[in-house]
Every structure is written in C-alpha cells, then in structure tokens.
Design a protein around this ligand. Structure first.
Ligand code: ZN
Length: 170
C-alpha cells in the first residue's frame, strides 16, 4: 500500500511534530554554529564536547548598529546565554535551581531578556528603563534557517490540504 501515492501518508500530528523539530542554529560562547532540531530547546550540550550552545537570535531593529555585520549567508547572530545552565560531570545539561532565578541570573552576568549586543551598546546608559528594554526586546527574534522557514511553509500547506481532505471524508 505504502508508496502507491508517491508520498508517505502523514497525520496532522506528524506534520506538527516535524515543524517543531526543524533544524535551528545554536551558538557556542566562542561563536561556533551548531545545527540541531529546535525541539532541543534554548540550550544544548554540543555533541562530543562539554560546551554549551544557545539558540541564535537576530535583531530586526531598523537602527541596529549590527545590521551590516552579518556574514555572507547569515545576518548578525547572537544568543541569550542563561548562566544558570551548565554541564555536569556526565556531560549532561544541568540547571542550577535557585530561590530567585531572575536575581541570580543578573548576579551571574545574564540579561533579563534576549538582547542585541549592538543595540545594548547604543542604548545602555546604565539606567535603562524597563519600558525601553521592552520596546527593544520586540526587535529580537529567533534566527530561522531559510531552509527551515521554507520547509515550515511547505508543511503548513500540507497541513491545510490534509485538513481539507479529512473534511471531505466526513
Ligand atoms: Zn540590534
């Protein structure tokens, strides 16, 4: 039976699962790219190492000083490192559970939300208001690989077709 239709029949759940697991870019502290399924979350241990890598973000602010700083095939990327994550002796991800997560993050040099390093320099006057930070954080988005974005769209269309086909069956 399988193969008669030229493509594998899939359920809506399978389509959704593939959308969530599309490849995403993670960056190590020294800027190395690691491509992993986005289902891995915001932080991973780089395979074969004890290094952490965090999901890559990009800045869409029109006045971003880093707008032109990307490389040939990537915009300027950065991460939102969470200093409460580390790698244990077994090489596994470990999260330090602390009473006040927000305060401890800041104490260890983390930032309260994803922040573009270029815009931070531009706006950081030492007394940045919560409001101006909020306004800026709107510009910061996950970086999506172009091929993942294209596949996502394809799957969306497949989902819609599938849904219509199911409607006709009822
Ligand atoms: Zn920026």
């Amino acid at each position: 039976m399988a193969g008669c239709w030229g493509r594998t029949p899939v359920t809506l759940e399978q389509i959704e699962a593939e959308q969530l697991a599309l490849p995403a870019v993670y960056l190590t502290a020294d800027g190395r790219e690691v491509i992993m399924p986005a289902t891995r979350g915001d932080v991973i241990v780089v395979p074969g190492s004890r290094q952490l890598a965090f999901r890559a973000y990009r800045c869409t602010a029109p006045a971003c000083p880093n707008r032109e700083r990307g490389s040939a095939d990537r915009p300027f990327l950065f991460t939102w490192p969470d200093p409460l994550w580390n790698v244990n002796k077994q090489g596994q991800l470990q999260f330090d559970v602390v009473p006040d997560r927000a305060a401890e993050t800041l104490r260890r040099g983390g930032l309260p939300e994803p922040t573009c390093p270029g815009c931070l320099k531009l706006h950081d006057t030492g007394h940045q208001t919560a409001e101006s930070r909020q306004r800026h954080s709107k510009w910061v988005v996950y970086y999506e690989l172009p091929e993942s974005a294209a596949r996502y769209k394809e799957l969306d269309e497949q989902y819609r077709r599938q849904l219509q086909a199911m409607g006709r069956q009822r």
